[in-house]
Design a protein around this ligand. Structure first.
Ligand code: FAD
Length: 310
């Protein structure tokens, strides 16, 4: 069995792995996609001491740093079920979607989060037929075409700025009466000639024909008037959902589905710790996830020495 088994290989999981391995204890990481959300990120300018990098570079560095230690990396593995230890100090089991099972004395949950759906007619129907979630993956597919971004937070505004350099025109639709992104992003967005911003606007439908998106309908929340914007692509950027469905009923979750942790990364299950975007930690950022991963690994080590192992 592992001394520390980490589920998820984003910044939180990678940091946990490095911190655990440096204690000389048996460490494993099982991840659906090593690197996590960072793989879908373009510029990263807020990871302290790194002036500027990009997502794929950062993800590769995470993996290289983890591989520099004696860590079992099990990539493309999806965890399906957590079975707590039968008695105090016993082994915790993690069952995998491929039918396999891993056993460990402690577990760090760092499964991150994923994009939220807008849930309007047309979204599911035209997914990958004009409806997209990852501008860095799918942006180039809309080269020279008209697109919309739903959501005016950091992700939405970042996406709109990114897309504006590739596509013909970007319409940004935000439900609230103002954009919620950082001022520097909002200023940048407003400086772009091929961007139209609608605030106080509720998306009501993504329209299409012949199996492709052809428009986005929204309602002006002040006047109640509907408007149909003809376009070819819609990027949904309205927040993240924690990847914790598989833990329901086993680990205590918040009303948003985030794993409840204390300041040391403890969950309510003995020997099970959690870190990063999948938890109640305030602010979902790389540097925060990495710090939380370190905290969780040190707490797992503390648990091991207190329970007599190693
Ligand atoms: P994640 O990065 O989400 O990693 C989760 C890991 O768990 C992945 O390996 C995933 O495959 C795995 N996983 C999930 N479910 C399972 C399962 N059931 N079994 C096994 N493995 C599983 N932050 C910044 O600080 N600066 C930025 O500039 C920035 N820009 C961003 C831009 C975009 C487009 C996005 C999407 C995010 C951005 N973020 C940025 C946020 C940052 O990427 C996240 O806060 C950070 O990646 C969270 O790390 P994490 O390790 O908690 O989770």
């Amino acid at each position: 069995p592992y001394d520390v088994l980490i589920i998820g290989g984003g910044p939180a999981g990678a940091a946990a792995a490095v911190y655990a391995a440096r204690k000389g204890i048996r460490t494993g990481v099982a991840a659906e996609r090593f690197g996590g959300q960072v793989n879908d990120t373009l510029g990263i300018e807020n990871y302290i001491s790194v002036l500027e990098t990009d997502g794929p570079k950062f993800a590769a560095a995470l993996e290289a740093h983890t591989r520099a230690y004696d860590v079992d990396i099990m990539n493309l593995q999806r965890a399906d079920k957590l079975v707590p230890a039968a008695q105090p100090g016993g082994l915790i089991e993690v069952q995998l979607a491929n039918g396999g099972s891993l056993k460990a004395r402690t577990v760090v949950l760092s499964t991150g989060a994923r994009w939220r759906n807008v849930n309007v007619p047309g979204e599911a129907e035209y997914k990958n037929k004009g409806v997209a979630y990852c501008p860095h993956c799918d942006g180039p597919l809309f080269k020279g075409k008209r697109t919309a971004v739903i959501g005016g937070g950091n992700s939405g505004v970042e996406a709109a700025i990114d897309l504006a350099g590739v596509v013909a025109h970007v319409t940004l639709v935000e439900f609230a009466d103002q954009l919620k992104a950082d001022a520097v992003l909002v200023n940048k967005l407003k400086s772009l000639p091929n961007v139209t911003i609608h605030t106080n606007a509720q998306t009501t439908e993504i329209t299409g024909a012949d199996g492709k998106v052809n428009g986005l309908r929204f309602k002006d929340r002040a006047t109640g008037q509907e408007q149909l914007v003809p376009l070819e692509g819609v990027f949904v950027q309205i927040g993240l959902v924690p990847n914790t469905d598989w833990l329901k009923g086993t680990v205590e979750l918040s009303k948003f589905g985030e794993i409840e942790i204390d300041a040391k990364g403890h969950t309510n299950v003995p020997g099970v710790f959690a870190a990063g975007d999948c938890t109640t930690v305030p602010y979902k950022q790389i540097v925060i996830a990495a710090g939380a991963g370190a905290t969780a690994a040190l707490s797992a080590f503390d648990h091991l020495i207190r329970t007599g192992v190693p």
